[in-house]
Design a protein around this ligand. Structure first.
Ligand code: LHQ
Length: 262
């Protein structure tokens, strides 16, 4: 792979968008390679978290605009058939995805970051819903993520004005988890990925499922879902280990193992 780099660390895969000269702007090829990297994550039982970042000074500048200038307008929307599966895969992965936003995240690049479970950003990074500047609308889930994360008033202004938001501001608004000093970003993001990879993996996947469902569910059905997923979580060896560790007053040693088959 060329436009995406994958480094396999103990417990997690680090995926790096790799077109630094274009601030990692997205192309159809990059989407295909990213998708392949996510399939490899899903196929690797020892992979218990993902860390996504960008090479060079940017995270991702969204769609590569040089690749669409000569495209017939009628084909532009279809480009999302290449990007939407990435958003769906990130949300459906049963393990946590950490995003380290190392620099500007613009257009689809901003929303790719927002699709991740825990987003850290370097203090010098900015988030720009750049679409309105070129007469387009937020995509890659932007119209779904933004109002949920920052509320309707901010979502509307950010989408229509396309003003950059600093990492500190994004954290203050709840758009991301935390802004960190530039020089600490990767160390903090890797420490977070390691920490998550050592947790009760099946349980974390079930938390992800429950929170995703909650975005569109009513309380009644969410209570039922929590009951069902809790029953699944309770069957995992990591739940038993967590309880034992509590009673023995020691740190738990989670394996991420699945519940025994009936
Ligand atoms: C780029 C890009 C870029 C190509 C910087 N493409 N080269 C739309 C259509 C269809 C379906 C799929 O989905 C989408 C969704 C979208 O994502 S639409 C939104 C696309 N993105 C943008 O409109 C952002 C365009 N970029 C910018 O506004 C600026 O580059 C930002 C604010 C990201 C960064 O500004 P600076 O830090 O000043 O960097 P720069 O502008 O100097 O960029 C560095 C290089 O990267 C430069 O190339 P050069 O050869 O001059 O050094 C840029 O042309 C190139 N680049 N974004 N999206």
């Amino acid at each position: 792979m060329e436009t995406v780099l994958v480094t396999q660390h103990e417990g997690y895969h680090e995926i790096t968008l790799n077109r630094p000269a274009r601030l990692n702007a997205l192309t159809v090829r990059m989407a295909a390679e990213f998708s392949e990297a996510l399939d490899a994550v899903a196929a690797d039982d020892s992979c218990r978290a993902v860390l996504l970042t960008g090479a060079g000074r940017g995270f991702c500048a969204g769609q590569d605009l040089t690749a669409i200038v000569n495209k017939p307008a009628a084909e532009i929307g279809h480009l999302l058939d290449h990007y939407n599966p990435l958003i769906r895969k990130l949300r459906a992965l049963p393990i946590p995805v950490v995003c380290a936003v190392n620099g500007v995240a613009a257009g689809a690049g901003a929303n790719l970051a927002l699709a991740c479970d825990i987003v850290l950003a370097a203090q010098s990074a900015t988030f720009v819903q750049a679409f309105a500047r070129i007469g387009l609308i937020p995509d890659c889930g932007g119209t779904w993520f933004l109002p949920r994360l920052v509320g309707s008033a901010r979502a509307r202004a950010l989408s229509m004005l396309a003003d950059p938001v600093t990492a500190d501001h994004a954290a203050e608004w709840g758009m991301i988890w935390r802004a960190v000093a530039d020089e600490n970003l990767m160390a903090e993001a890797r420490a977070l990925a390691v920490r998550l990879a050592m947790q009760a993996t099946v349980g974390l996947g079930l938390i992800k499922r429950a929170l995703e469902a909650a975005e569109t569910a009513d309380l009644d059905s969410q209570l039922d879902l929590e009951r069902d997923l809790q029953a699944e979580a309770a069957m995992t060896p990591d739940h038993a280990e967590g309880l034992r560790a509590f009673l023995e007053k020691r740190l738990a040693r989670f394996t991420g193992g699945k519940p025994p088959e009936n």
